[in-house]
Ligand binder design. Sequence first.
Ligand SMILES: [Zn+2]
Length: 73
Amino acid sequence: MLKFLLLVALIAVAIWLYRKSNGSRPTQPPQAPVDPEKMVICEHCGVRFPASESSLDTEIHYCCDEHRRAGPR
Ligand SMILES: [Zn+2]
């Protein structure tokens, strides 16, 4: 009787794990192009990059220090 209960418990766990691994896939949100980061354009080369990576906190953005030194094109 104990073996039977153990078997039932094992099957229940197996079903639970199966449903968990299978059910999680459709509920995952699709890889939407979520962009909470403000994108800015380098004044020198025109590349788009997150504002947080800008080398200056002004309205003029540069992708790197090299382009900041080079200035606007
Ligand atoms: Zn640049």
